[in-house]
Design a protein around this ligand. Structure first.
Ligand code: ADP
Length: 520
């Protein structure tokens, strides 16, 4: 997959091979061949002050293609001392015009960045499929939403206004919405480019500066984006992007004394840890977008074929590696048999395989660790007495592919009903009444999303009001828009991404109260 610019004995990797090694001869850019016959220059260094640089220790780690299990390249690893350097660069940039100058400059740069993403859309989509294993269909969707999200934030950048507060004519009061400073952003591996865009967009629109760490299994698109960020005219030091491991570089961000906020997307366990680290260091602000176990509900009066499409999109989109996946399906008794039979047929008809085939919907799971975790949950499901309706196994023994998997005859205490699996595994159960399903839907510590399928608008709104989650999709699922805020209730986290609400996470309000002297 990669050119001879890097050591040619770095080929196939067994799942258990060491991830990290000293490899200081790695070039700061390597040529990577893509399956469509094109190639591109993949940066490998740390992006600090608008330049790719070597980390102090010059260690690298390897990046694997989940669909072939072959190595794509190595990239350089950031450690604590590199995070310090990135933070210094971001701090210097925050003290510049970026934060305090005319926001028109931010509008212009963000619009340019969105255009550059569009111009590089096919390369970005291919990088994402190569690195994450997701199908090209999914990657193209991620790229399109990424540019829309950044373009939408550009529209807000010159509308971050405070207000005048009336308290009588003895005082004049106004508020300002000021940026926070250097923000740390830690992103996951399921939507590497999209999560980067969701995080960068509001932070940049509001005048903050950033140190972003990509996930160790999917660092490639973030480094490619770094070049576009520079080309867009975003000043040096405003965005710094590092590859590295959670326990080292991630920890250094979460505990850093000069970072004013950390935004994290990932597992609930790591989110909890980051919040603690933030509290114990400098009480930096925290926003968390965490796990979920989202109910997807079909009522008797739903349009069944449309609902089935949403069930499929809900759990099998992006191979189920979606924090808001509709992983608990509930169907009202009158249409249960019909929905189950259509859903099973749809699941069995999904094309799985080479992510670069145009008609493939499901590519590979993102990593060997993820593959084994999902297979373990499938075993647990069977052992706890659930009925395997379809799937439940790897497609091949090469590449991390798992068949769409449906379990029936489940009870609420089974692990596959309670725990986030983060793969193409779903449970389906029958329910009778609205009250019963609202209670069941809310019987989870999570609260990220829910799906409601009915042709009755009164029922839809009633149920939407009563389910405790940050997003309710009615007659649709996994349906995102750059203007619609997304985030969790309960243990799914807090803070919102996209939409106007995302700006609140990156500004703080200053109140200025001026005592006036009356002149006669
Ligand atoms: P998963 O367990 O599914 O890999 P994580 O939530 O651990 O998901 O990872 C999401 C992101 O969080 C990655 O960028 C990872 O490097 C980072 N991360 C993991 N552990 C920590 C940590 N202790 N501190 C900061 N970031 C971390």
């Amino acid at each position: 997959m990669f050119s001879s610019k890097i050591n040619s004995n770095l080929v196939k990797r067994a799942a258990a091979a060491p991830l990290n090694r000293l490899y200081s001869q790695l070039a700061l850019s390597v040529n990577v061949n893509l399956p469509n016959g094109t190639s591109y220059e993949q940066p490998t260094g740390l992006f600090i002050n608008n330049e790719f640089v070597l980390p102090k220790q010059k260690k690298t780690f390897e990046v694997i293609s989940p669909s072939t299990e072959e190595e794509i390249t190595h990239v350089y690893e950031a450690r604590e001392e590199d995070i310090d350097i990135a933070v210094e660069a971001a701090q210097a940039a925050f003290n510049s015009d970026w934060a305090t100058g005319d926001p028109a400059a931010r509008v212009k740069a963000l619009l340019k960045l969105a255009d550059l993403i569009d111009q590089n859309a096919e390369t970005l989509a291919h990088i994402e499929s190569l690195d994450n294993g997701k199908s090209l269909q999914c990657s193209r969707g991620d790229v399109a939403l990424s540019s829309q999200c950044i373009r939408s934030a550009a529209g807000w950048a010159d509308k971050i206004n405070g207000s005048v507060v009336e308290t009588g004519d003895t005082h004049f009061n106004y508020t300002r919405r000021e940026p926070l400073g250097v923000c740390g952003q830690i992103i996951p591996w399921n939507f590497p480019l999209l999560m980067l865009s969701w995080k960068l967009a509001p932070a940049l629109a509001t005048g903050n500066t950033i140190v972003l760490k990509s996930a160790e299994s999917t660092p490639l698109s973030a480094l490619y984006m770094a070049n576009l960020i520079k080309e867009a005219g975003i000043p040096a030091g405003v965005v710094n992007i590092v590859s590295g491991f959670g326990k080292i570089a991630g920890e250094a961000i979460a505990t850093h004394q000069k970072i004013k906020k950390v935004a994290f997307t990932g597992s609930t366990a790591t989110g909890r840890h980051i919040m603690k680290a933030a509290a114990e260091s400098n009480l930096k602000k925290v926003t968390l977008e965490l796990g979920g176990k989202s109910p997807n509900i079909v009522f008797d009066d739903a349009n069944v074929s449309k609902a089935v499409q949403s069930l499929v999109a809900g759990i099998f989109y992006n191979t189920g590696e979606v924090c808001c996946a509709g992983s608990r399906i509930y169907v009202q008794e009158g249409v249960y048999d019909q929905v189950l039979s259509e859903f099973k047929a749809a699941a069995e008809g999904i094309k799985i395989g080479n992510p670069f085939d145009e008609d493939v919907f499901m590519g590979a799971q993102a990593s060997y660790a993820q593959l084994t975790k999902i297979l373990k949950f499938i075993e647990i499901g069977k052992n706890q007495g659930a009925t395997l309706i379809t799937g439940g196994e790897r497609v091949d023994d090469k590449g991390y592919f798992i068949k769409p998997t449906i379990f029936g005859d489940v009870t609420k205490d089974m692990d596959i009903v309670k725990e986030e699996i983060f793969g193409p595994v779903v449970t389906i159960s029958k329910f009778k009444t609205v009250d019963e399903i609202v209670e069941t839907a809310n019987d989870s510590p999570y609260g990220l999303a829910a799906g409601v399928h009915t042709e009755d608008i009164n029922k839809a709104i009633d149920v939407a009001n009563r389910i405790k989650s940050g997003t309710i999709w009615v007659n649709t699922y996994n349906d995102f828009h750059q203007s619609v805020p997304f985030g969790g209730y309960g243990e799914s986290g807090f803070g919102r991404e996209m939409g106007q609400e995302s700006l609140d996470n990156y500004t703080q309000v200053k109140a200025v109260r001026i005592g006036l002297t009356k002149k006669n």
